[in-house]
Write a protein that binds this ligand. Sequence first.
Ligand SMILES: [Zn+2]
Length: 266
Amino acid sequence: MPPLDQSPASALAVAVSPRLAGTVHGFMGRAGGVSVGRYATFNLARWVGDASPAVAKNWRRWRAAYPRLTLATVAQVHGATIHRVGRDWNDRRPEGDGMVTAEAGVALGVFTADCAPILLADLAHGVIGALHAGWRGTLANIAGAGVRAMIEIGARPESIRAAIGPAIGQCCFEVDAELADRFAREIDGAASCARPGRPGKAYLDLGALNQMLLARAGLEPQAIDEVGPCTRCAHDRYFSRRAASGASTGLQLSFIALRASTDRAS
Ligand SMILES: [Zn+2]
């Protein structure tokens, strides 16, 4: 039998937001795993070319750190489809870029490497959500779709809190000026979230765009938090597709769960 992996869960890097206090949540970084090279070290994605035994070992470490959680994920496609996760979800992994649930103990997880992970919670009504928002998802207003899906299962926008996790910052998110123009045309106010770059280029602020879209969906501006550094600047701590010049990299997991009633007191 292979030796048990007994490395302490404390070696994992996880950022949290005070806005989501009362939930079990985290924006995992790349520290604390066993993957190597572009996947070093805490890659949990099985489909990016990393060695399976390393990914499996990383998963054991995550499960050891969060033994009470069952994780639901989707096959992310840069769209704005939100799935409702129930007890019968099991190991489904349908295409989509967001999930909502009212089930305690079910963690909703999204994978990113520069795209913005967005975690949401309405603790007053016991509803959470997790979204993957790259530029395509942002343009498709996945933030608004996620809030609507939460409202459909009982949340109220004024009691939803949100945290946008580590993602590529405006400092590093250079796009074609044409794309910035498209944002400005399709999203009212988006022009304020872009600044000019080199000729024909612009810098987009993905975090600010999603903050704006969340506020427009009904969240109080002060209920929205941004957590973590620019993933490209901090590529030693976070996976960044751009820092890898577009090559396949590991992906970081961001997740959120409602506490089961038995541990709500803690
Ligand atoms: Zn940066």
